[in-house]
Design a protein around this ligand. Structure first.
Ligand code: XLS
Ligand code: MG
Length: 401
């Protein structure tokens, strides 16, 4: 069974939208922490994650308040850490919120204004220290407000250099100070909150990661089924390429109607997504990827109601539903992996010519040129994909015969 993470921001979200205010009562960071600890005690999750701002407020005039043990910031962080430790819940990832504070409305690490880039850099370094305080392994950079609405607003000749400088700085700070974070993670998104964002797809994030000072430190955490599907791309290519490059750190998970705004529906809640998620889990298992899934979604706004009891119960229910849906998909993926009939159908399509596969893998062009494959026989076989997919559908819908 996969290790699961539920972040602070998903549970905290009181679910307002651009057309209406929040309905759920707000909870303090300590109250969110207590819900997450209860979820750990129930055996639902193993890990959590947070933005800096979900834990403690940021004061730009005092960017090192976390270093002062007497500050309110330090006291709150201490208390959260004590509660997490008592529950055995690990903070796996920290990410710097560069989207909420209005000063970052024109961008964070890639903001064209150096004064704002400096504020962003100081905030990222403080987030890294906070992550280290909790023993976090991952630092996530989500592209957030690094983007544009009009093409003439950005100094394009410098824009990606700014991003590289910001991320290189983060890596150097972690290395020089021997902090707990062992991997940087880049999360792409095509739009929202900006009209266009600088890293719209996982492919863009992977390409950028290779241009950083220490490419091996950096990987990605695609958000499926949301971020790629917002522009009708498939989660399969995003994840498979990331695994093939050895750069899939973890997966962000929710549900999405393809082509829409960032739905952030809970896992498998919505009109589609069941077959996709089962397929993703089947594929990642096949590829031997061992990492964890982190929910990144929120309560459906319809499913909220005001009041203190609702504020806790609805959020707990939200965690339980995410986990239940994930485990359903996971069990189904295992069933598909174990199905002999499906495996036989795949074999018929994938071919059984290990000698030739080895020959191609070795890449010796002389031997490749010397072969004479049987074109007639190869071309005479129908590629029976629809039959194979029907078998998968039968398994998905519970008809085993
Ligand atoms: C928003 C992102 C965000 C990141 C963390 O769309 O998914 O929640 O995962 O900053
Ligand atoms: Mg995300």
């Amino acid at each position: 069974m996969r290790v699961l993470s539920m972040p602070f921001w998903c549970v905290e979200n009181p679910v307002g939208d651009p057309f209406g205010r929040s309905i759920l009562d707000r909870l303090s960071p300590l109250e969110v922490c207590d819900l997450l600890c209860a979820a750990k005690r129930e055996g639902l999750i193993e890990l959590t994650a947070s933005h800096d701002d979900n834990l403690v407020p940021w004061d730009p005039a005092n960017p090192e308040d976390d270093q002062d043990p007497a500050s309110q910031t330090s006291r709150t962080l201490q208390e959260i850490r004590l509660r997490l430790q008592a529950a055995g819940l690990r903070m796996a990832m920290i990410t710097c919120d560069l989207h909420g504070n209005p000063v970052f409305r024109g961008g964070g690490l890639a903001n064209p204004n150096p004064g704002i880039r400096l504020l962003a850099a100081q905030k990222v370094l403080r987030s890294i220290r906070i992550g280290h305080f909790f023993g976090a392994e991952y630092l996530t950079y989500w592209v957030a407000r690094d983007g544009f609405e009009t093409q003439f607003a950005l100094p394009w000749e410098n824009t990606y250099r700014y991003l590289l400088e910001g991320l290189n700085l983060a890596r150097r700070y972690i290395r020089d100070n021997k902090l707990s974070i062992r991997k940087g993670s880049i999360e792409s998104k095509p739009n929202e909150p900006r009209g266009e964002m600088l890293l719209p797809t996982t492919g863009h994030a992977l390409a950028l990661s290779d241009a950083l000072e220490e490419p091996g430190f950096w990987g990605v955490n695609p958000e499926i089924l949301q971020h790629e599907a917002m522009t009708n791309l498939s989660p399969f290519v995003a994840l498979a390429l990331a695994v093939a490059r050895g750069k899939l750190n973890f997966v962000h998970l929710g549900n999405q109607k393809p082509g829409q705004f960032d739905n952030d529906n809970p896992t498998m809640i919505g009109m589609s997504g069941v077959k996709e998620l089962v397929g993703v889990l089947w594929m990642l298992e096949r590829m031997g990827w061992q990492g964890h899934f982190e929910f990144d979604n929120h309560v459906l706004r319809t499913d909220t109601a005001p009041g203190a009891d609702n504020a806790r119960e609805i959020r707990m229910d939200f965690i339980r539903l995410n986990v239940e849906n994930f485990r359903l998909a996971e069990a189904k993926a295992a069933e598909l992996s174990a199905d002999r009939e499906l495996a036989a159908m795949q074999k018929a399509i994938w071919g059984e010519l290990p000698g030739l596969a080895d020959l191609l893998a070795r890449g010796d062009w002389r031997r490749i040129l010397a072969e004479r494959p049987d074109y007639g026989q190869l071309n005479a076989q129908a590629v029976r994909i629809a039959r194979l997919d029907t078998r998968a559908n039968r398994l998905l819908l519970g008809r085993r015969e």
